[in-house]
Design a binder for this molecule. Sequence first.
Ligand SMILES: C[S@@+](CC[C@H](N)C(=O)[O-])C[C@H]1O[C@@H](n2cnc3c(N)ncnc32)[C@H](O)[C@@H]1O
Length: 364
Amino acid sequence: MPVDGDVPWDCAPHTGAKHDIYQRYLERWFPILLAGANAYPSVTYAEGFSGPGVYKGGEPGSPVIAMRALVAKVPKAKGVARFAFIDDDQRCVDMLLKTLKKEFPERPRTDAAMPVKVVHGTCATHLEATLDEMRAWGQPIFANLDSWGNAPVPYRLLRRLAGNVSSEVIVTLYPQHFVRFVSKHGEASDAVFGGDPTWRTVVDLAPEAKRRHILTCYRQALRAAGFPYLLDFELIPRTGQPLYLIFGTGHPLGVQKMKDSLWEVDRAQGVGFRDPRDEQAETLFDVNQPVLGPLTRLLTQRLRGSGPVRVEDLREFALLETVYRPEHVIKALKPLMDQGVLSIQGRGALWRSSVVSLVEASSV
Ligand SMILES: C[S@@+](CC[C@H](N)C(=O)[O-])C[C@H]1O[C@@H](n2cnc3c(N)ncnc32)[C@H](O)[C@@H]1O
């Protein structure tokens, strides 16, 4: 859907935080895949909803951030980096072309080493065809699918990306879009969830459970598309609507690098993030003193009903199932020890090698 208003538009605080994450992640992604020990001959960075490349205040848009990340972090001689940008608003396409020329007056790489395509069309009709045309398949693709939150991305494309070597997606989702107008959504919206209408049961849920339900359904769709590792989180500005990012990858290393990028985000922008699975929806604003309450609750849930668990397994749970890092786990277990509800096998101290269990789940 073309932009409803002027192009370019203001850069909202959560957009700044989102850009910070893209930048930090891509500054890791490009060098690992093009200049690392197991480098590929080529990679592709693709956007289905590229925008004009610049904001009203002059802030760079995601296409510029991605190109800068490549140029800053990968030596010229290393591999081919393709860039594909799709947008269905002609004004965004025109402005992106102009912005890229202004940002890179000298081509940072030859056309052969860095082919760039800016295409007018929808993500649904033009992204896959552009990737075909650029011969991107068979080499890693990072697809940034940053729509207005309604994620009009063909499921077939997600499946093809998931099946492609070392490929990843990051999708912007506003569950409110689906919650508010559920009765008006036709079959096209089921397609967003891989054709599964389960998301529609959102009408029967309590208000606080609705967003989580939509996210869970979208996670399931991405998993069913073939992404075994997912990371989703909620960016919370001090004022305004929260934003959800869902990242899908075939490798735990991708999750780890995305999480490192998330925890490094500049909090000065006044944007926190949150684990969508935390029942108390506590926002994590201060990165220097991570708020570990939500992780303590998530670990408690994980331990409830299970027998003894190795701390090492809880670290993996934190990495793959929460927004937290493995190194947060031991600290987050401490309050449970202090309350006397966590037992350590052998009664020793709490180490990565310890085996722990809940003493009495109901008192936590
Ligand atoms: C959130 S903005 C993208 C911002 C950009 N990724 C950035 O971070 O700088 C969404 C863009 O998607 C475009 N758009 C909306 N629906 C689209 C569709 N179905 N296919 C392609 N582009 C679409 C809009 O014109 C708008 O430029």
